[in-house]
Every structure is written in structure tokens, then in C-alpha cells.
Design a protein around this ligand. Sequence first.
Ligand code: NAG
Ligand code: NAG
Ligand code: NAG
Length: 411
Amino acid sequence: MAYSRYSILFFLAILISASNAQNGLILPIRKDAKTSQFYTTVELGSNRAAITPIIDLGAQFSWFQCDNYVSSTYSPIPCRTRKCDIVGGIGCISCDGPLRPGCSNDTCPASAFNPFQDVLVSEFFGEDTLYAKNQQPVPEYIFSCMQSRFMEGLASGANGLVGLARTEISLHKQVANKFNLPNRFSVCLPSSGLGKLSIGGPSSSTISTISKSLKATPLIVNPVSTAPAYAVGDPSDEYFIDVKSIRVDGETLSVKNSYFSIDKDGVGGTKISTIQNFTALHNSIYKPLARAFTKAAADMKIKSVAAVEPFRACFSSDSISRTPAGPSVPTIDLVLPGNDLYWRIHGANSMVEVNQRTTCLAFVDGGSNPRTSVVIGAHQLEENFLEFDLVSSQLKFSSSLLVQNQSCSRL
Ligand SMILES: *[C@@H]1O[C@H](CO)[C@@H](O)[C@H](O)[C@H]1NC(C)=O
Ligand SMILES: *[C@@H]1O[C@H](CO)[C@@H](O)[C@H](O)[C@H]1NC(C)=O
Ligand SMILES: *[C@@H]1O[C@H](CO)[C@@H](O)[C@H](O)[C@H]1NC(C)=O
């Protein structure tokens, strides 16, 4: 009888681990008040080194500062191996110093990019166990180290970057592969409190509180890489959506269609970024937006005041009334393909209070020659639920949760 009891226990253990795996991975997201960067917390390696990486939707892989990281479970990824091919390493990299994470011979090279410092650093791919609080560990998680002098621009206390682009070694792809889950993840950037990065979990359509408000639009592929280093012919692994036009209070801005589409050189289009704090628009979109917004605001008896850099349309806070979804201002819609489909940007996302008396339109001028015409930034994503489903190549989005008396921290 003992035998069958053990087999039942064994069976239960399998069931429990399987149901854990079904849940994927859930990581907390916090906002750094000073820089408005969004970060999470994980632990790495046998000594559970604490890592506080910035969330980067556009980064191809994760990198962490390894200076004080010692681990018996770390191993470098050797060059000239199939794994090195999969991670996109070309050639071999070696190192003089004593052997440690981030210094080994005949290793698969990584080009680690710090977008805040705008530097590309030659580093070493390695793997180790990644731990998220109270959840199943992720074994053999592939990342690279980054020397401490290349941490400039990161929020104080942050020591890495989590890569969520559409690559083989993004966090979500590695977790999906290891736990046999669909390749999808959701992010909800909080304006305060705790947001959530959820990987491989149940589809957003099962989140009853918000499922009715979700809309979907295809994620499209820019045929030319937007990464800091790439090979000829590589497509972009960032997330683009097909914004067709922009409306202010229901009126379409007069903008040439060609700015919204992506040309054969990969120029134009709309992408989503968690690294850029405010949405940046091609000058030929920014100008008509600021003009139309200021006019529609004046119609609502909102008073214009002197602009505060980097913004160009600012208003007296006293002249703006409040709603649960932020200042009551003209709505901005990103119009998407389909029947009356749009992503509405409410006051909480379109405006920023630059001081006690002044509230500005929280969009910036991207100049007259940007690579991407519309880069939707983090301020516009706050308190919006976003699911990136890479199985169906769709973005599901909620618009501001505040409109429904919801928030990222309450989901
Ligand atoms: C926005 O980002 C820039 C560049 O990273 C930074 O200098 C600036 O402080 C940020 N602004 C706010 C309001 O967070
Ligand atoms: C790499 O090889 C060189 C030459 O053999 C050697 O001097 C160096 O110590 C090695 N580095 C490591 C980290 O083992
Ligand atoms: C909004 O949600 C909070 C917390 O769930 C609740 O206490 C409050 O009554 C709700 N307000 C409205 C207007 O539904």
C-alpha cells in the first residue's frame, strides 16, 4: 500500500508543478519617481544576487551588472555552438582577467546596449538560474553581464535591463520555451503602486474585470531592424502597430499618410517603447497635433500659458477640471485599421503636470527626420493594460483603466 501512496504523492507533485507552470511568471513593476523609468526585481544565480532591471520592450536580451555577482551555477555560452547561433552571437570573445561571469575565453559575444547612455558594449553571453519571488525558478536563463561604468542613465539603484523584444532570448520567449507556454506577455505600467509583468499566463480574455474593454490590433513587422547593431536583412524586433491617423476630439489631423506607414528602408510607422518617457512625434505630426489640441482646449475654456521645455503646449492647471482619468481635456485617438477602432488617450496619459500651476500636453517633437514617426512612450502607457500575443501577432489594449475605476495595481 505504501507503494501506491507514494505514487499518488508523486502524481500530485507532477500535477502541482504542472499547474504552477501553467501560470507562467508574474513580476512586479514599479515606477522610479525621479526618472519615470519602470523596473522589476529578480534574483540571479546560486547566491541569489538581487537584480533591479529596467523594463525595455525594445531590448533584444537582458543584461545585468555582474560586478558583485558570484554564482556556482553560472556558465558562459561557448562560441561556435548551436546555442550561440540561436542567441545571435557572431564569432568568439575572450578575456584576460580571472575567470568570472562576464570574463571567459572562447565565449559567445553579446552586444549589450544601454539606451540611456547610448552605448553598445562588447560583452559575454552566459546563463544562470533566474528567480522570481515565490515562483518556479527559470533555469539556464540567457543574459549578458554589463560593466558598472555602463550603468549611466539608469534609475538610481537599477542594475540591468530586461529585454522584451521579439527575439529568441527575450525574457518571455525563454520562459515560454522552458515551461511550454504560449509566447505572450502583458505589461501594466503603474502611475503609482505596483504594476505587473505577466508572462505566459492565461489569456487576457479571462481577466473578467477588463476583458470587455480590450481591443485588438495586429502587431506589424518593420522589415528593417531598428536595433543599434544588426545584420543586413534583419527585420526589426520592436513592436509596431499600424496607426492610420490621429484625431483630436474626433477631428482627424491633416497629416500625410506616408508618415504613418513604414517605407522599404524601415523609416516611418509607430512603435511602442517603455524607455522613452513621452511619446515623440515626427515634427509634421507634432505641429498639427499641438495646434489642434490647443484650439480644442480653448473651446473648453482651458487657458494657454507659456510653454515649459520640452513641451510646447501648456495650460493653466486652474482652468482644467478633473475626471477619474485625469485632467478633462480634448481626447486624442490613435486610429487603427478596422471598423471604428482606435486607442483613446485620456487626460491622465495625454497631460503632465510640470509644476503646481502648469499642465502640459505630454508629447514631444521628434524632429523632422526621425527613424520612426511615432514612438509611443511610457507616460502614454501608464495604467493601460497591454498584452503582446506573439502567437497571433496581436496587441490587446485597454485604454486607461482609470476610466473603468480600475488600475494596474488592482488588476
Ligand atoms: C525623460 O527622459 C529624459 C531622457 O532620459 C530625462 O532626462 C528626463 O528627466 C525624463 N523626464 C521625466 C519628466 O521623467
Ligand atoms: C584566456 O586565455 C588567455 C591565453 O591563453 C589567458 O592568458 C587568459 O588568462 C584566459 N582567460 C581566462 C578568463 O581564463
Ligand atoms: C472604485 O473602486 C474602489 C475600490 O475597488 C471602490 O471602493 C469605489 O467605490 C469604486 N468607485 C466607483 C465610483 O465605482
